[in-house]
Write a protein that binds this ligand. Structure first.
Ligand SMILES: [Zn+2]
Length: 67
């Protein structure tokens, strides 16, 4: 599973990598909010405020369970 976080204002990619929920398990990154904190909770491109409400979080991966 991989995860991507984009600014909801301008679309700037803020994070792309291993799913954060899995990293949480490994204690590498506590949460999405920590990633936003790396940027001072502001988008480096458009200076828009970053929060879980304003960013787009996309999680991609194979679904192993049947639909
Ligand atoms: Zn932005």
């Amino acid at each position: 599973m991989s995860e991507k976080i984009n600014c909801g204002h301008c679309g700037m990619m803020l994070y792309h990598g291993e799913e954060i929920a899995r990293r949480l398990y490994m204690r590498a990154i506590p949460s999405e909010e920590t990633v936003l904190g790396f940027y001072g909770n502001a988008c480096p491109r458009c200076k828009g405020a970053l929060s879980l409400e304003t960013v787009k979080v996309e999680i991609k991966g194979r679904r192993t369970h049947a639909r």
